[in-house]
Design a protein around this ligand. Structure first.
Ligand SMILES: Cc1cc2nc3c(=O)[nH]c(=O)nc-3n(C[C@H](O)[C@H](O)[C@H](O)COP(=O)(O)OP(=O)(O)OC[C@H]3O[C@@H](n4cnc5c(N)ncnc54)[C@H](O)[C@@H]3O)c2cc1C
Length: 379
């Protein structure tokens, strides 16, 4: 493929999701020449699905409190969150004309409750700050002294700095199909095996679908692997689906359950007032178990097995990815290839439900944008 032009951009961003857009806007705001390449006709397509279409952008709390909800490499975000976490994100969107509102659980959404608003204002900001956008699939990357060459289906581009923000492998219809792992591998990066995360679980025990749609609050959950190891213990809200279980408690549990842990045993402890507050359909389905336990007078619990997680089309995030050990946590630059950066879900850095994953994308993207801007002109 021929070079598209002789220009050497300060920054080429490969992947225009929230991480890439944040990096591009931040860098361009400081006069950096930025080209963004995305294979979708719409940037930030996955944003439209977030928070059930409402976009849970972030969560209230100090950097340390946020990190507690990021079981994979959360500590590597210490510097990024101290520089840019929820207050800075709220200010960023205010500046773009979007106010955010906190719900009773500490989750932040746009006041409009419309994910599309976030996608629209970020795309508009790219234009306002002069980011060039090319719709094409990036196929390969290589480095020659002085610059990187980004090979796309529609020609080659050169850059002093390259950001890989191609996301993970979930909901491939939104564009994230795991290409970033291949690019990272070209430069010697370790890629931890990927598998679906924040994903519902399937249970043959529930395959009749009789409980589908029932949501239970204040239940305790313990998850045991097939070898009897306790992997997760927490309290919260869960939902029965047509073939298993979902809801925030289950999605969070799925972060801790790796494919080799299955089949897993789930033990739910019910609140004392379950008999008067839980739906009749649930009480009837488990009537025998509940009656037996009432007789003994023990804590009331139900248990069943789940045989697997649902697949990539149902997972909110991808577990695994580019090892954080090879990334500078101050800049998100590769320690193996100077000038190459990573941000967002392509990294092996993942959080629970509640806005933590978008905050990771925004914070890591911000750090990259600011780093490249500082290199061009000390801020
Ligand atoms: C249903 C659903 C609901 C969610 N809800 C929430 C929520 O409410 N709160 C929250 O915090 N998180 C949520 N998440 C997770 C969150 O959306 C992701 O963690 C986040 O989008 C990751 O951002 P990213 O920029 O790293 O990657 P992505 O958003 O996946 O963007 C990657 C981009 O890279 C492009 N790309 C990939 N490969 C190439 C290539 N070879 N060439 C060119 N372009 C390429 C893609 O087209 C895409 O635009 C949700 C996820 C899903 C699936």
């Amino acid at each position: 493929m021929p070079d598209n032009n002789d220009n050497v951009y300060d920054l080429v961003v490969v992947g225009g999701g929230p991480a890439g857009m944040m990096a591009a806007i931040t860098a361009a705001q400081h006069g950096v020449s930025v080209l963004m390449i995305d294979k979708n006709s719409m940037l930030g397509k996955k944003l439209l699905l977030t928070g059930g279409g409402r976009c849970n952008l972030t969560h209230a709390g100090t950097p340390e409190e946020l990190i507690e909800h990021i079981p994979y490499s959360g500590k590597c975000l210490f510097k990024a969150f101290h520089r840019f976490h929820s207050p800075e994100l709220i200010a960023f969107f205010e500046q773009l004309g979007v106010s955010l509102v906190e719900d009773a659980n500490g989750k932040y959404f746009p006041v409009s409750q419309q994910a599309r608003e976030i996608q629209v204002v970020m795309t508009r900001a790219l234009k306002i700050y002069g980011v060039e956008v090319v719709r094409s699939k990036v196929l390969n990357l290589d480095k020659t002294p002085g610059y990187y060459t980004i090979h796309s289906a529609d020609g080659n581009f050169r850059a002093k700095h390259v950001l890989i923000s191609t996301g993970g492998s979930t909901y491939p219809g939104t564009g994230s199909s795991g290409d970033g792992y291949k690019f990272a591998g070209l430069f010697g990066h370790t890629i931890y095996p990927v598998e679906p995360g924040l994903v519902p679980l399937e249970s043959p025990f529930l395959a009749s679908g009789e409980l589908a749609g029932i949501s239970l609050q204040r239940v305790g959950l313990q998850c045991f692997t097939h070898s009897g190891k306790l992997k997760f213990s927490h309290k919260g809200e869960m939902l029965f689906t047509h073939d298993g279980v979902s809801g925030p408690l289950i999605l969070d549990a799925s972060l801790y359950l790796l494919e080799y842990d299955f089949p897993v045993e789930l033990v739910f402890t019910l609140p004392k007032d379950y008999a008067t507050t839980f739906p009749k359909r649930f009480l009837q389905f488990f009537a025998t178990t509940l009656a037996e336990q009432e007789k003994i007078g023990s804590d009331i619990s139900i248990r069943f097995r789940c045989t697997q997680k649902k697949g990539w089309d149902h997972a909110m995030i991808t577990l695994g990815g580019v090892s954080m050990q090879e990334i500078d946590p101050q800049t998100f630059e590769s320690k193996l290839a100077p000038g190459l950066f990573f941000a967002g879900e392509v990294l092996d850095c993942h959080g629970k439900t509640g806005g933590y994953n978008l905050q990771i994308a925004f914070s890591t993207g911000y750090m990259v944008g600011e780093t490249v801007a500082k290199r061009k002109t000390p801020l």
